[in-house]
Design a protein around this ligand. Structure first.
Ligand SMILES: Nc1ncnc2c1ncn2[C@@H]1O[C@H](COP(=O)(O)OP(=O)(O)OP(=O)(O)O)[C@@H](O)[C@H]1O
Length: 309
């Protein structure tokens, strides 16, 4: 499939001399959901702002569906919808007028049927004549998305879509994102909530100090980087672990009623079979065995900490 977005060697040095991006490469396929994860100041907003033509890059290239964002700005920009983090909407304007103006800004001919479909998909159709100040916070966020979709973009950037939103609204927002993907919109979202990436992204890009540390399919990333934890529950409690296990990093937990073993899913052997055999040799009888995969959050923290070292 042809990429919808190609970022090559992108650099940004602000007038202050601060290098916010130092050679970012990123390719995004049509119809995928990519989560851009990074700590504060990593360069996420700078990257999005350059792609959307709000900040001028110091070097490198960006193409949107083949259109260079500098030489072919209008065509490139028309393919992008941006949902900013801050809610900045005219309080006394109606929802309908806002989406209509937004479409007009991109020089698109009037298409009330499209706007109706957008508002319906965001459960805002009943609110089309309401003024912004009459809406709840969650509805205002959905109006921001409706505005960004008014001109039929192929890529939608969501900058922290659920920051400060309660859990229920966050779920609602994820459903909206799923619905958009089903209609073929490519979505790039920045988030501080790892569970958001874990829940809805197809791929995850981790950015730190202006560089992409990794871009990978979420499922593969979790399988490749994820350490697993094995909790071995014992039939009878023990006072201490036999010495032979000291080197294997086993931990006695739950007041001697369970043993914790960490293994790396990247390793060729997990060592579980031999561990269980050795425990049997020591006369330690097992009651149950429970495994747990490390979360994306643990993987992310591990990556960023490694990068800082
Ligand atoms: N206009 C500017 N002038 C100088 N430095 C800037 C400017 N905008 C951003 N920076 C710096 O560039 C770096 C990257 O900022 P950016 O806003 O892209 O990060 P971010 O990953 O979006 O962070 P956050 O999650 O906090 O929004 C930061 O160190 C920031 O202070």
């Amino acid at each position: 499939m042809a990429p919808i977005l190609e970022v090559e060697g992108l650099q940004k040095r602000y007038a202050s001399g601060h290098e916010a991006l130092s050679g970012v490469d990123l390719t995004i396929e049509k119809g995928e959901i990519l989560a851009l994860l990074g700590p504060n100041g990593a360069g996420k907003t700078t990257l999005i702002s350059i792609i959307c033509g709000l900040v001028t890059p110091s070097g490198g290239q960006v193409r949107v569906d083949g259109h260079d964002i500098r030489h072919d700005y209008r065509k490139a920009r028309a393919l992008i919808g941006l949902v900013p983090q801050e809610i900045a909407l005219e309080p006394f304007e109606t929802v309908w007028n806002l989406v209509r103006f937004s479409r007009g800004l991109f020089g698109k001919p009037r298409d009330d049927a499209h706007l109706e479909a957008v508002l319906r998909s965001l459960s805002l159709w009943d609110k089309r004549d309401a003024k912004v100040h009459e809406l709840s916070g969650g509805m205002k966020r959905r109006v921001l998305i409706a505005k960004a979709l008014a001109h039929e973009p192929k890529i939608l950037f969501l900058d922290e879509p659920t920051a400060g939103v309660d859990v229920e609204l966050r779920r609602g927002m994820w459903e909206v994102v799923e619905g958009l993907r089903a209609r073929g919109v490519t979505i790039i979202l920045t988030t501080h909530y790892i569970e958001e990436a874990e829940e809805i992204a197809d791929r995850v890009a981790v950015i730190n100090r202006g560089q992409i540390l990794l871009v990978e399919e979420k499922a593969r990333l979790m399988a490749r980087m994820g350490r697993k934890e094995l909790r071995i529950e014992l039939q009878h409690r023990i006072d201490a672990l036999p010495d032979r296990f000291a080197a294997q990093g086993l931990e006695l937990i739950h007041d001697g009623n369970a043993i914790l073993y960490h293994y790396d899913t990247r390793g060729e052997r997990t060592g579980i079979a031999s561990l269980l055999a050795e425990l049997a040799e020591e006369g330690i009888v097992l009651r149950d065995i429970v495994t747990r995969q490390s979360s994306l959050e643990e993987i992310f923290v591990g990556l960023v900490t490694e990068d800082a070292a």
